[in-house]
Design a protein around this ligand. Structure first.
Ligand code: IPE
Ligand code: IPE
Ligand code: MG
Length: 226
């Protein structure tokens, strides 16, 4: 049986979920946070060791200030609130993305979560907040140069990614029917399988992990071979 080692999810469709119900977009984000908790539970019960959630892209700063502020408040409060559960269930939280530009309370929440869950190992959960693949690659190149690297091979750059210990994703899934990466894990997606699902993110739960696990099992991965 093929198993997913690293699942990466693009949590999209919160705004449309809310608009369909005549609610403000913030209601979709709030519900999206609850969906994330269910999906994390699904990953734990399927013994998936790595999960990455795309929470906020470097491009999402273009949104109205009110929405950005709501999202930042949601990140800081939810991350802090989830630390006890993460510790209990053995979830190690890591930040993926650019720290510069994030408000202090989000950085404090991330730092606290990373510190207080550092010993956990059932599930490594990367929260991609203020993330874009081009930005991660750009920062990695700068770090490599600053560190005196002069010759690069395919093993050099990944050492300078945000969390070099995390393996590349085997499966990248996107909610809401859009079929694009929107900058997610550009380098690491090299040989990932893809799944695009119409269900809007706030409607996701444990059953979607079951669907993804089954889809992954049906894929014939050749990695360039035959
Ligand atoms: C995903 O939902 C959440 C973030 C990008 C922060 P959206 O807010 O993009 O929802 P839609 O795509 O507008 O429906
Ligand atoms: C991608 O969703 C980013 C996140 C899910 C955090 P967007 O809604 O921002 O992407 P586009 O604008 O549809 O490409
Ligand atoms: Mg969207």
């Amino acid at each position: 049986m093929k198993r997913i080692s690293h699942l990466a999810l693009i949590m999209d469709g919160n705004g449309r979920w809310a608009e369909k119900r005549g609610l403000p977009r913030s209601a979709g984000h709030l519900e999206g946070g609850k969906a994330a908790v269910k999906v994390i539970r699904g990953c734990l019960s399927h013994s998936i060791p790595y999960l990455t959630l795309y929470c906020f892209s470097c491009e999402n700063w273009k949104r109205p200030r009110e929405e950005v502020n709501y999202l930042m408040g949601l990140f800081s409060s939810r991350i802090v609130a989830e630390i006890p559960r993460a510790r209990k269930e053995g979830i190690r939280i890591l930040h993926l993305g650019r720290r510069e530009g994030l408000p202090d309370d989000v950085l404090e929440a991330i730092d606290r979560a990373e510190k207080e869950t550092a010993e956990c190992s059932n599930l490594i959960l990367q929260l991609a907040i203020n993330y874009s693949g081009t930005d991660e690659i750009d920062r990695a190149v700068r770090k490599a140069i600053q560190n005196g690297e002069t010759s690069f091979d395919e093993n050099t750059l990944p050492i300078y990614f945000d969390n070099p210990e995390v393996p590349p994703p085997d499966f990248i899934a996107r909610a809401s029917g859009e079929k694009r990466l929107s900058g997610f894990l550009l380098y690491q997606s090299n040989y990932a399988e893809f799944g695009f699902y119409d269900r809007l993110w706030p409607d996701w739960d444990e059953s979607m992990i079951e669907t993804i696990v089954n889809d992954f099992e049906s894929r014939n991965r050749r990695f360039g071979g035959i």
